[in-house]
Design a protein around this ligand. Sequence first.
Ligand code: HEM
Length: 360
Amino acid sequence: MEKLYTGVVRLVLHWRKFPSLRYRKLIRVAYHIINKKYSDYPERWLFMVTKDLTWQVATSVAPEGQAQIWELRGLDPSPEETWDHLRAFLHLDEDDLQAMLGTIEPLFQRGYDLIVENYAYLEAFPETAALLGWSGGADPQHLAERRRFFAVWLARTLGLDFSHDFARYLFRAGQVHAGHGRRRLHIPSLYVVGSIALMTAAFARILEQAEVRTDVQLRALAGWNKVFILHLQMMLQGYRSALALTEGEEKVKVTVYGRLRSLIGCDTLEIGFYSGQSVLEVLRKFFNYYPHARSETLEIVWESQHHDDARGNPWMEVERIYRPRAGWRVLRNGRDIAFMTEDQWRLEGADQVAIFPPGR
Ligand code: HEM
């Protein structure tokens, strides 16, 4: 053990010779383990080495003329990931589905009434009527449009649609509710949350009126409730990504090129930021709002972090980091950020950001 101990200390002291971060992390872990066994190990070494290694984990600044790889951390999970993860957490399983299947017919029969009643309620409730511009009565064309969208949602819901396409659809609906739709109407999340609760109540009422057996009713409603929560989470994630996109005291114009244009459906957009924020923050908002643009532009690198838990037991946390795919460049005012220092990434008022594919 003494040999290993000395070996690790030697490795740690010469960590600069190890170009790969992974090696340095291994050294750090080994160091921690040994340090636990040998409590007489000088604490100042631990401090010094940890400090050095932490410095290395931060983005390195490229020497003059040499590109550095920028990276994005802490991006939201994609809608598909949230969908699968929450569904697994909710344990929305075969038993739930079987119980729900037993109630689809009565619910389907009353589907049209449900849609009509839902909008009659939104028209009668003063605040939602005002939001929709229906205080003096619903605009027939807009009402028909809303009912159509709601009918599609209800049909997919009753059809037990668990596809990723539906996850993306709900995520987009959330963004639309944040004022990012064709009508630019902002529907505060409170009313969407409330509507989901009202749907649960409406389903319960319909099943009771249809005299579905009480035990079937109860099991089915438990399942429908899980489905509604799943839908709500997707809409809220989309809603938040839209609010974040415009948040900030200033706006930066972002122009995209190549296939990104068809993927996001536009060439330019404005993203909000607070003075002094980094261009990486703007990119984070962009890729949280357009998660489907990630696979085109970014690649995933997994990084493991080792920590001690409250009892001092070592445990590992894996973090997903996004880096630009080969050839993709981000320009701030015409200069590739890969050739800038972190300080130069800070944005100011009239800045422009461009995202370029390889070969342009
Ligand atoms: C169960 C809750 C709700 C669901 C599932 C839902 C679903 C949807 C969907 C799928 C869209 C269309 C998204 C698109 O254009 O692709 C949409 C848009 C819209 N929803 Fe909802 N919605 C809900 C609650 C509400 C509430 C409570 C209101 C109003 C108080 C509302 C008002 C609107 C408006 C105005 C739009 C269009 C906005 C625009 O085009 O600018 N929704 N909704």
